[in-house]
Design a protein. Structure first.
Length: 125
C-alpha cells in the first residue's frame, strides 16, 4: 500500500479504452513535476538551468556549453575554456565564471557547500 496517493483527475478519454491518451499524458506531466522538484531540492539546478549535467558525450557537452553561455553571458570560447579547466564539470565551471575564481577554488567551494552552486557563490567561507 502506498503512503501517498497522487490522483490525477483527467476525466474520460477521447477514445474509450485508450488510457494512453489523457491519462498517459497526465502521468508523464506528474512524473516530470516530481523529478524536476527532486532536482531542485537536491541542488541540481541554478536558476532555470539544470546544471547537474555529466558531459559524457558530444550532445551533453553542447548542452553544458549552452547552459554556461546563458547563465553567465560569456561567449562559446570562454565557456569551453572554463569547462576544460573544470574537467567538463558544469557546476565547477559555472562557479568559476560567476565568482571569478580558478576551477580548483570553485570545486573546493562546491565541495564545502554540498555541491550547491548558489551556496558556493553566496559565500567564500
Amino acid at each position: 500500500m502506498a503512503e501517498v496517493a497522487v490522483e490525477l483527475l483527467t476525466g474520460p478519454e477521447v477514445l474509450a479504452g485508450s488510457t494512453r491518451l489523457k491519462a498517459g499524458t497526465a502521468q508523464k506531466v506528474a512524473l516530470n513535476v516530481i523529478s524536476t522538484g527532486a532536482m531542485v531540492t537536491a541542488g541540481g539546478t541554478y536558476g532555470a538551468w539544470m546544471v547537474d549535467v555529466v558531459a559524457s558525450n558530444e550532445k551533453l557537452r553542447r548542452r553544458a556549453r549552452r547552459i554556461l553561455r546563458e547563465a553567465t553571458g560569456v561567449d562559446d570560447d570562454t565557456a569551453v575554456a572554463a569547462l576544460e579547466d573544470a574537467g567538463w564539470n558544469p557546476k565547477t565551471a559555472l562557479v568559476a565564471l560567476l565568482a571569478g575564481v580558478p576551477a580548483d577554488v570553485a570545486r573546493e567551494r562546491l565541495e564545502r557547500h554540498g555541491w550547491w552552486v548558489r551556496r558556493a557563490l553566496e559565500t567564500d567561507r
